[in-house]
Ligand binder design. Structure first.
Ligand SMILES: O=S(=O)(Nc1cnn(C2CCNCC2)c1)c1cc(Cl)ccc1F
Length: 79
């Protein structure tokens, strides 16, 4: 799949980052405790560990399950 503009409206199911790391679940604070939770951002589609752009960055991203890498952009093409 692909994302338009900055992916703010991306609601696909990719959950892999550009480096191939796995995305952390948005509603779980491990390994990275963070403020981008489904509770705080109910309109952002923060479901499972799917790549999203809740803070209007330049592309969909996610926190990673690697404790040494807090977040990364995702492996999704621009449409
Ligand atoms: O919980 S967080 O969202 N973590 C965080 C750290 N970097 N990012 C980037 C995510 C992609 N867009 C740029 C910020 C998010 C977070 C946000 C802010 Cl404003 C401050 C502290 C913090 F912990």
């Amino acid at each position: 799949d692909c994302f338009t503009e900055n992916g703010y409206d991306y609601r696909g199911t990719t959950s892999v980052t550009v480096s191939g790391r796995r995305c952390q679940e948005w509603d779980y604070p491990e390994p990275h405790n963070h403020s981008k939770t489904p509770h705080n951002y109910p309109e952002a589609g923060l479901v499972g560990n799917y790549c999203r752009n809740p803070d209007n960055d330049r592309a969909p991203w996610c926190f990673t399950t690697d404790p040494t890498v807090r977040w990364e952009y995702c492996r999704i093409s621009k449409c």
